[in-house]
Structure formats: structure tokens, C-alpha cells
Design a protein around this ligand. Structure first.
Ligand SMILES: Nc1nc2c(c(=O)[nH]1)N[C@H]1C(S)=C(S)[C@@H](COP(=O)(O)OP(=O)(O)OC[C@H]3O[C@@H](n4cnc5c(=O)[nH]c(N)nc54)[C@H](O)[C@@H]3O)O[C@H]1N2
Ligand SMILES: Nc1nc2c(c(=O)[nH]1)N[C@H]1C(S)=C(S)[C@@H](COP(=O)(O)OP(=O)(O)OC[C@H]3O[C@@H](n4cnc5c(=O)[nH]c(N)nc54)[C@H](O)[C@@H]3O)O[C@H]1N2
Ligand code: SF4
Ligand SMILES: [Mo]
Length: 734
């Protein structure tokens, strides 16, 4: 009889509960956990690939040290000694800012990394902290922070009760949702339409989500601000604004009205490619619907006006009265770790940006970070504060960030590089030391980030399916050890003692003289489990250390999270305004001045002959899942989608040359009637044929790096987010 284990999938934001069947040390099968209170048995092919990931011979299991240009296996002690020997003197000599840190996407999916990386950031005390957030969602975080007071107060569609859903720049049918944890979007969209709901998708490509919707509007890449401002204009113009319950909770309505005044649909239509009549109809439809939501994702964030777009989305949600209402755009209330459930309800400090600037191009700090696209210039440019060393945590910017080839060259110039990673890939091949993480099946899991973005509230936990090899540290232990090294406490330090100190200081901050009692109550948990127990217990559903005896504890969540239990369901989303707000005014700020100033810059741009956009594939996950045989099989995925009319006109056969202002490559052509004329699409995360990459399967069909075509200087100035979409390219036969 195989054993059954419950495991939450860490591979995308849907966070599906999986049932992993094992016999001894082998995985026999992986399927969706039917009893999971949140995902109800759903999974995608990537969930199944956890077996291949676990067994991947290329996945690192021991630390590597580069000696004479070649990686050799090392013990953990040797690796830490090498870090101490090389990194500490560098930092001593050149200062804390000389060490940069990049944090990648998987860090958001691991409690070990998400909960402990902030400790490393503190120990490093460098201004050069950068993450995949500035390749992704920083515009949405900034607009939410300015409107609602916290970076993680992000409204999301309550799809199960919604009547009209407008999606811009998201393809949840393939991505499984982002800033919107919604396993089985497909099933939920189908159910919505079956009960008479309508889904409209705005996307330059007829995406899988558009194909399954009621209406597809092919917008010009990068022009969403025009469309959204046209809709907002119409709401004011036609007297459709109806704030309902929110009327007493907003500031800046008149300023918002004045700001969108110049954007009549009749003016914006030419620039965005959506007819004025359609813009006006969408405005009416949203205003008249009983329950509706507007949702914008990657395609709206990764453009020059990412923050403006993200703000307009929620401005429309407010103006139509659908924000924070059942079936509209709502806020989750997470059981643990959610800053918007902590502190004084309804009021807060708001946010500040630009507390520091990047040294070379003066890009402002946002949410404690600098844009990851400044990394290459910070390494290349001599002077005080030049980056001499780099630590990467689960991050592959050589493939995931614009200007990959430039960055790869810059990394060669570093004096020292350390990677916490599980592969020798395009980025980590440049490292001097690599410290491996665990297979997800050897790691425990609790979602720290995604319950704050879930379409329904829940609390789930999964333990390790297998034991890690003896002597292999968990990643939180590796991080704490690095912290100790940086703080000059040497190699002999006891990691458990470090963890005890860290949690004691966390607890002391809010508990004062109650600290010893709370620490005693958290016994016997250690490491991330102790943090989870603490956060659950002080959280909005928690037992408050005995004051709410029926409330949640880790023990209860664990007991409910088995193959037969599948977690704790905490119910459908409920209205949270004003309690969720953390703005200094205690109101929703509808007209943040920095955003209004940038909106004034929005105008119709002349269309280039070709615009390049990205896309995702069901069997791929950013840059690092291409080495898993179950995902890698099947047709080639790194293809350039070209409208057939364009392909004929250009005489394209198998391949095309794609040239931008900064780079050039030859891509395999796939003709697709889903593409608008003048728009081509390449997926990101490919280009595995670089020297030194140890990815045997991925190397067989390496694909090309679309980020070699993108300019690392192109950013949304407000959020620092990279421009990844709507980039002008020339297409020719090779
Ligand atoms: N052109 C273009 N570029 C894009 C995008 C786009 O749409 N278009 N999308 C952007 C987005 S949204 C994102 S989030 C970024 C992602 O960009 P990154 O976060 O830089 O890249 P990933 O491809 O997710 O790489 C993850 C890294 O983590 C490692 N890893 C995996 N699991 C673990 C683990 O458990 N522990 C450790 N220590 N390491 C692990 C992998 O080996 C890999 O090196 O890409 C961005 N780049
Ligand atoms: N299978 C799979 N799933 C994933 C990932 C993956 O790599 N593979 N990555 C994960 C990550 S890190 C993230 S952040 C999420 C992202 O999740 P989504 O935001 O859903 O991302 P995409 O699937 O890239 O969809 C973006 C859509 O925007 C469109 N688009 C491009 N430019 C524009 C524009 O200017 N305007 C408009 N309106 N649309 C535009 C594209 O054609 C595309 O259909 O997916 C996650 N899930
Ligand atoms: S949809 Fe996402 S969370 Fe669910 S199985 Fe697939 S990769 Fe894992
Ligand atoms: Mo992402």
C-alpha cells in the first residue's frame, strides 16, 4: 500500500493542495487533493512535475565551490568557510552597499525563504536589495499602497459571486492567476458564465483566457492607460459614478475626475485601438452590473505606465461601487502574516518611497528595494558604493530581467558571488559558491503571501513528504548562518540559538513583558513552524494565546491539513473597508499626486511596425522548470507567434530575425491567427545554451532569451518596474 501525503504546491500562486503517493523513498503518483478546502482536487501539469523535480539528477544536493573556474562539490562547512574568507573582507573594505542581493520568484513560495530573507536583508544593511517584484507586480503594490495604505492590500475579483469581470493583461487560464490566488480559474469562469455572468478580456493576443471569454478586445500593447482612462472618463461624463457605501470613505474624488477629464474615449480610441463606443459600453456595463470587478495583471504592470494602469483599475472599481463588495473586487483576510490585519484598524502610516536612490541612475527605492534592472550598471560603474559582490536567492536575472547578456557580462566582473539555488543555471554559473535548497518534497510549507491574495480565505499547512539527507540544512538555517557570518559571529555559531534570539526579538516588539509567557506558549515549535504558530495565534482568526480558545493555532491547522482534511476553510471574502485601510487619512486615496502627475504624461504613441509582447505556457514556469522531462516533452514552446498575414508579407518560413534597439536573435516562427497584426509574442525564461549551464534536459531545446531584446533602462518611473511588453522590434526573414 502506498502512503498518501498532503502537500501544497509551491510552483505557482494557485497554491493547490496535492496528494503525493509514495512507496518508501519513491513518488508513485501526484494528484489534486480532492478534500482540499481551497483547491478541491485541481492541479496542473506542473504539480505533477514535483516528482521530476525531486528526482532531477541536475538538481544540486551539495554545496559547490568554484576552484580554477570549475565547480567542485564541497561540504557545508567548507562552503561557509569560503564565504567567510571571501565575502567578509570585501564588505569590510568596500562597505555594506558593495554587496547586492537579488531575490527571485520561488522565494515568495517558500516560508523558509520569505520569512527569513528579511533577516538577511537586515544583516546585509545594503541599499542594493532587488527582486523579481520589479519585473512583475511592483506597480500594483505601489498603487494599492498609495490608495489603501499598505503594499499588500490588493483587491481581487470575487469570481464566485461576480456578474461582469473585465480582465486586462492577465491570462489566468494558463498562469493560474497572479495577485489572485484562484485555483481552477477555468472551472470558475465556466461556472460564472453558466449563471449568466460575462467575462471580457483585453489583450493584444487572443489568449486562452480571451478565447474562453464572452468578448475579446485586442488592445494595442502598452496602451491600457488610454482605455482605462477612457472608461473612467465615461463614468464621470455620463453620470455613472456611484460610490455607494464607499462615499464616506474616499478622498480626492474631484481631483480624480479632473485628472481623467482629458481622456474622452473619442480621444483615446485611436491610441489604444479600442473604439470609443466600446469604451463607453464597457463603462456602462460595469456601472450597471449588480456585481462586477476589473482585474489587471502582468500585461498592465510591465509597461511604462504600470502604476497608472494599476491605479485606474481600482479607481474604476471604486467609481462603479464594486470595490469591497460581494462579487466585486475585494480584500482577502489572511489568517497569518498579513500586515493589513495588524496595527490599528482603519488608519496607519501609509507608505513612503524614494528613501534612497540607486547610485548610477538615481532610481528611487520602493518598498525597501531598488529596481532589479539597475544591477548591471551598479556592478559596471566604478566609484564609491560600486557593487563588488552579489548574493542571489532563488533568482535567475540573466534570463528573467531585461538586458540579460549585459548582466551576464557584468557578473563576470564581480569579486565574489554567492547563490542560494538548486541548479547551476544561466545566473548561478557565475557564482563562486552555490548553497542548494531542498526539494519541495523535503520541505514543509505554509503560504505566507498568497492567502493575502486568495479568492476565499483559508489556512493550510503541509509537512515534508521525505526527510532531507542527513546534515542538509533547511534554507532558513542557511540564511541564519549567513546572518551570523555577516554580523561577525563566526562559523561556530549555533543556528538554533540564532533562531531563538530572532523570535524573541520579534515577540518583544509587540508583547513587552508578556514575552516570556508567549515564547513558552510557542514551545515546542522551532524555526518557521514557530513563526507560523505565532502569526496564526495573533492573527484575525487566532486563539490569541488562550483569549479565543476556539481560534486557530498551528496545531489545529496541521491537524486539519491532511489528505483527509485539506485545511481550514475560513469562508468567502467579506467587506473590509474601513478596517483594512492603513492610510494616514483613514480614507481611500483616489488621487495620489504622483500618479496623477504621471497620468498627465499618457498620450497616444505612434505604433511601431512590430510590438513584442510576452506569454506563458502551461508546461513552463518562468526560467527554471525546463529541465523536468514531464514538462519539457511535446512541441517546442519557445516560438515567436506571428500573425499569418504578417508572416506571409515578410516571407517568414521556419525562423525570423527579431531585432530591437538593444539586441537581436533568431527565433522559430509559429503562425498564429490569435496575434493581432503588428504584434509578435515570445515567452521569457528561455536561452539555456549558455556556457557552463548544467541543465541536461533544458539544453536539448534551449530556446532564445527574449530579455536580450529588452532595454534595462526602460522602467515605469514610479514603481521602478521593468518594461517587458510592447517593445518596438523589427522582424525580417533571417
Ligand atoms: N520578458 C519577460 N520577462 C519576465 C517576465 C515576463 O512576463 N516577460 N516575467 C517576470 C516575472 S513575473 C517574474 S516573477 C520573474 C521571475 O524571475 P526570477 O525570479 O529571477 O526567475 P525564475 O525563473 O523564477 O528563477 C527562479 C530561480 O530560483 C531557483 N529555485 C527554484 N526553486 C528553488 C528553491 O527552492 N530554493 C532556491 N534557493 N532556489 C530555487 C531556480 O533554479 C532559479 O534559479 O521573471 C520576470 N521576467
Ligand atoms: N504556466 C505558467 N504559469 C505561471 C508562470 C509561468 O511562467 N508559467 N509564471 C507565474 C508568474 S511569476 C506570474 S507573475 C504570473 C503572471 O500571470 P498573468 O498576469 O496571467 O501572466 P501572463 O500569462 O503572462 O498573461 C499576461 C497577458 O498579458 C498580455 N499582454 C501583453 N502586453 C499587454 C498589454 O500591453 N496590455 C494588455 N491588456 N495585455 C497585454 C499577454 O498577451 C498575456 O496574455 O503567472 C504565474 N504562473
Ligand atoms: S496550478 Fe499552480 S499550484 Fe496548482 S498544481 Fe499547477 S503549478 Fe501547482
Ligand atoms: Mo511573477
Amino acid at each position: 500500500m502506498p502512503d498518501s501525503h498532503y502537500r501544497i504546491c509551491p510552483l505557482c500562486e494557485a497554491c493547490c493542495g496535492l496528494e503525493v503517493k509514495t512507496a518508501g523513498a519513491k513518488v508513485i503518483a501526484i494528484r489534486g487533493a480532492e478534500k482540499d478546502v481551497f483547491s478541491h482536487g485541481y492541479l496542473c501539469p506542473k504539480g505533477v512535475s514535483l516528482k521530476d523535480l525531486h528526482e532531477d539528477p541536475d538538481r544540486l544536493r551539495t554545496p559547490l565551490i568554484k576552484r580554477d573556474g570549475v565547480f567542485v562539490e564541497a561540504t557545508w562547512d567548507e562552503a561557509f568557510a569560503e564565504i567567510e574568507r571571501r565575502l567578509l573582507p570585501l564588505r569590510e573594505r568596500h562597505g555594506a552597499d558593495a554587496v547586492a542581493l537579488t531575490i527571485g520568484n520561488p522565494a515568495a513560495h517558500k516560508v523558509s525563504l520569505l520569512a527569513y530573507t528579511p533577516r538577511l536583508v537586515k544583516s546585509l544593511a545594503t541599499r542594493n536589495v532587488m527582486s523579481a517584484s520589479t519585473l512583475d507586480q511592483m506597480p500594483k503594490q505601489l498603487s494599492s499602497a498609495l490608495m489603501f495604505g499598505h503594499w499588500l492590500s490588493i483587491p481581487l475579483p470575487d469570481i464566485e459571486r461576480c456578474d461582469v469581470l473585465l480582465i486586462l493583461g492577465g491570462n489566468p487560464m494558463v498562469s493560474n492567476g497572479s495577485l489572485w490566488t484562484v485555483p481552477d480559474y477555468r472551472g470558475k469562469a465556466k461556472a460564472m458564465r453558466a449563471r449568466g455572468g460575462r467575462i471580457v478580456v483585453v489583450d493584444p493576443r487572443r489568449s486562452e483566457t480571451a478565447a474562453a471569454a464572452d468578448e475579446h478586445l485586442p488592445i494595442r500593447p502598452g496602451a491600457d492607460a488610454l482605455l482605462l482612462a477612457g472608461i473612467a472618463h465615461t463614468l464621470f461624463d455620463e453620470g455613472l459614478v456611484n460610490l455607494g457605501r464607499l462615499a464616506e470613505h474616499v478622498n480626492g474624488l474631484d481631483d480624480a475626475r479632473a485628472a481623467v477629464q482629458p481622456f474622452a474615449p473619442e480621444v483615446t480610441a485611436a491610441g489604444c485601438g479600442i473604439p470609443a463606443e466600446t469604451q463607453r459600453r464597457l463603462a456602462r456595463e460595469l456601472a450597471e452590473a449588480k456585481r462586477a470587478a476589473v482585474y489587471g495583471r502582468i500585461g498592465t504592470c510591465t509597461t511604462r505606465f504600470g502604476t497608472v494602469n494599476s491605479w485606474l483599475v481600482d479607481l474604476i472599481n471604486v467609481l462603479t461601487g464594486h470595490l469591497d463588495r460581494e462579487g466585486g473586487a475585494m480584500f482577502a483576510k489572511a489568517a497569518a502574516f498579513a500586515p493589513n490585519t495588524q496595527g490599528q484598524p482603519g488608519r496607519g502610516k501609509g507608505v513612503t518611497t524614494g528613501r534612497r536612490k540607486s547610485r548610477v541612475s538615481g532610481a528611487p527605492e520602493i518598498y525597501g528595494e531598488l529596481p532589479i534592472t539597475v544591477l548591471a550598471e551598479e556592478i559596471e560603474t566604478p566609484g564609491d558604493g560600486q557593487v563588488k559582490a552579489l548574493i542571489t536567492i532563488a533568482s535567475n536575472p540573466v534570463l528573467s530581467a531585461p538586458g540579460g547578456p549585459r548582466l551576464a557580462k557584468a557578473l563576470e566582473g564581480l569579486d565574489f558571488m554567492l547563490s542560494l539555488d538548486i541548479y547551476v543555471n544561466e545566473t548561478t554559473r557565475h557564482a563562486d559558491v552555490i548553497l542548494p535548497g531542498l526539494s519541495p518534497l523535503e520541505d514543509l510549507h505554509f503560504d505566507v503571501a498568497f492567502p493575502q491574495l486568495s479568492h476565499r480565505n483559508h489556512a493550510r499547512f503541509s509537512g515534508p513528504v521525505f526527510d532531507a539527507a542527513p546534515g542538509t540544512p533547511q534554507e532558513w538555517q542557511t540564511i541564519l548562518k549567513l546572518c551570523a557570518l555577516l554580523e561577525g559571529r563566526g562559523l561556530g555559531v549555533d543556528v538554533q540559538q540564532l533562531d531563538d534570539e530572532a523570535i524573541a526579538s520579534d515577540v518583544r516588539r509587540f508583547a513587552g513583558d508578556q514575552t516570556p509567557a508567549i515564547l513558552a506558549a510557542l514551545d515546542p515549535w522551532r524555526g518557521p513552524e514557530r513563526l507560523i504558530d505565532l502569526q496564526l495565534r495573533v492573527g484575525p482568526y487566532g486563539d490569541q494565546f488562550g483569549r479565543q480558545p476556539d481560534g486557530l493555532t498551528l496545531k489545529k491547522v496541521k491537524a486539519a491539513s491532511t489528505v483527509d482534511g485539506g485545511g481550514v476553510d475560513l469562508g468567502a471574502l467579506t467587506p473590509r473597508i474601513p478596517e483594512v485601510l492603513r492610510t494616514p487619512s483613514g480614507k481611500i486615496e483616489l488621487a495620489p499626486p504622483s500618479i496623477l502627475a504621471d497620468l498627465a504624461q499618457v498620450k497616444a504613441e505612434p505604433a511601431p511596425e512590430f510590438s513584442l509582447i510576452g506569454r506563458r505556457d502551461t508546461r513552463s514556469g518562468n526560467s527554471w522548470m525546463h529541465n523536468l522531462p514531464i514538462l519539457a516533452k511535446g512541441p517546442e514552446r519557445c516560438t515567436l507567434l506571428v500573425n499569418p498575414g504578417d508572416a506571409d508579407r515578410l516571407g517568414l518560413a521556419e525562423f525570423a530575425r527579431v531585432k530591437s534597439a538593444v539586441g537581436e536573435l533568431i527565433a522559430r516562427v509559429e503562425r498564429s491567427a490569435d496575434m493581432s497584426p503588428g504584434v509578435v509574442s515570445l515567452p521569457h525564461g528561455w536561452g539555456h545554451d549558455l556556457a557552463g549551464v548544467q541543465l541536461g534536459v533544458a539544453r536539448e531545446r534551449p530556446g532564445v532569451n527574449m530579455n536580450a531584446l529588452l532595454d534595462d533602462a526602460a522602467r515605469d518611473p514610479l514603481s521602478g518596474n521593468a518594461v517587458l511588453s510592447g517593445v518596438a522590434v523589427e522582424i525580417t526573414a533571417p
